[in-house]
Structures are given as C-alpha cells and as structure tokens.
Design a protein around this ligand. Structure first.
Ligand code: NAD
Length: 244
C-alpha cells in the first residue's frame, strides 16, 4: 500500500469547535499568558494555574466530535497506509477511527509524572509514569511510582517533542522513491521543531504534496488547497482514492 503522511495542527479541529491557538474564539489563550501555562517555568511558579487552564481546555474538548476532515482521513485508509503526525492534543483523529496517530505535542487524554524522563533533554528526571485519564488531573494527585505531582501529558514550550526526526527523515526519503503522499492541514507552521517536518517532504513528487489551510501559506513546490479542512480534505481524499 502507498503511504500518506498527514501533518496536522489546530486548524483541522477548528470546525469541531476547538478554537485554534492564534484565532482563539473563546479568548482562552488571551486570558492566560503562554509563559504562565505552557512552560516548565510556569509549572514551577504556579501549578494550580496551569491545571486550571488545562481543565478549561478539557471542558471544551470533551464535547467535541470528529468533523468531515477527520472522518475523510479514516476513509483514506481503505486504499492507503496513513500515518498521522499531529500537533493537536485532542483525540478527534482517534475518535474518527484513524489507526496510526502520533501526537508530537502529547495528548490531553493522558497524565504523567512531573518528573517524567521525556520532559527535558539533560536532566535528573527519571520517572516513566504515564497513564490514561478520563478527568483532568488535580493538585494533590501524586505519581504512584515516585510521589511527584501528576500533570497532563502535553509538551510545553522548552520541552522535548514526542517524535524522532531521524525516523521521519528516513520515511520521507523512502516515500519520495515510492510515490508517497504528504498532506499538511491547518497549521500556521510557526511552532518549531514541529514545523520542520514540512521541508522534510519537499523531495516528494510535486503532484503528491499538499497544504490545506483557510489562509494562503505556500511553502514552494507544495500544492496549496485554500479553504477549510472540512471543505478541502474530503475532496482531496476522494481524488486520492480514485487515483489509488
Ligand atoms: P495555529 O493556531 O498557530 O494555526 C492554525 C492554522 O489553522 C492557521 O494557519 C489557520 O489559518 C488555520 N485554520 C484555522 N481554521 C481552519 C480551518 N477550519 N480549516 C483549515 N485551516 C484552518 O495552530 P498550530 O499551527 O497547530 O500551532 C500552535 C500550537 O497550538 C500547536 O502546538 C498545537 O499543539 C496547539 N493547539 C492545539 C489545539 C488542539 O489540540 N486542537 C488547539 C489549539 C492550539
């Protein structure tokens, strides 16, 4: 089966009712400074505020359902091997039934120890506790392995992303030789190192590289499909299924 890599950001979930980072409709991101709620320093200074912020996000996310874009990607699996690299911490791709979803910025449906060894590159953090959660973790809920405070399993600014660049680079080279397809959906490409994934796929054939976004952002040699994820992704998927 031919491979498709889908790299997604907040824009794919916007039509499910989750505001994007930059055009926050509910003002959540305006009420809190990023440094206070999405950095290790913010956590050290005021963990209560951080957990309050994620609890509010959780309350928005838990009622959201997959939209036509998430569901179209499930359909694409009929004829392609589809690998999702998502920056999103929601689980709408999984809810749509997508089988291979890799959360490079973690996920809200998990909690981990504040001393988890995936947090920083060089550090004394040694715990490996991570577990699913059906309610947002609260202050005072402690790691059963080492007694550290639990926190959501999301990647904050300054922490290590959950993916291996080398394996993605190897995959992109292989896909360039075997007619693989790359689709980037709903990301402003401003958060690094994740945004560095797009140029890795520039060697794919021109007709197999797509950017879907409601605003025009056009890295050279990629086909820009301007419009919302729900408008553009189902059409693109139908087209790819016909060509498979
Ligand atoms: P971003 O807010 O910086 O960019 C969103 C992009 O999506 C923009 O280019 C915008 O034009 C586009 N967009 C908005 N609505 C769209 C729609 N309906 N259809 C298609 N495109 C649409 O978000 P980002 O690039 O993902 O990066 C910022 C960070 O914010 C990421 O690390 C991400 O983890 C985090 N974030 C995640 C969620 C989520 O999990 N759903 C929500 C908000 C922010």
């Amino acid at each position: 089966m031919r491979k498709v890599v889908v790299f997604s950001g907040a824009g794919i979930s916007q039509e499910s009712g989750i505001p994007t980072f930059r055009d926050s409709a509910d003002g959540l991101w305006e009420k809190y400074r990023i440094e206070e709620v999405a950095t290790p320093e913010g956590w050290k200074a005021d963990p209560n505020k951080v957990l309050e912020f994620y609890d509010l996000r959780w309350k928005t996310y838990r009622n959201c359902k997959p939209n036509a874009a998430h569901l179209a990607f499930k359909k694409l699996e009929q004829k392609y091997e589809v690998i999702h690299l998502t920056q999103n911490i929601d689980d709408l791709l999984e809810q749509a039934g997508c089988s291979d979803v890799r959360h490079i910025h973690g996920k809200l449906t998990e909690r981990k120890c504040e001393w988890h060894n995936d947090i920083l590159v060089e550090s004394e953090y040694t715990c490996d506790y991570v577990a699913p959660q059906t309610e947002m973790v609260k202050m005072g809920e402690l790691c059963e392995k080492c007694g550290g405070q639990l926190r959501p399993n999301v990647v904050w600014f300054g922490e290590m992303v959950h993916f291996d660049f080398k394996s993605i680079a190897d995959l992109s080279l292989k896909m360039a030789q075997t007619g693989g397809v790359f689709i980037c959906v709903g990301t402003s490409l401003q958060v690094y190192p994740a945004a560095g994934i797009v140029p890795m796929f520039s060697k794919l054939k021109n007709r197999y590289k797509f950017i879907v976004d409601k605003d025009k952002i056009n890295p050279p040699d990629f086909n820009m499909l301007e419009g919302t994820a729900c408008e553009q992704v189902p059409k693109l998927v139908e087209d790819l299924l016909k060509k498979a």
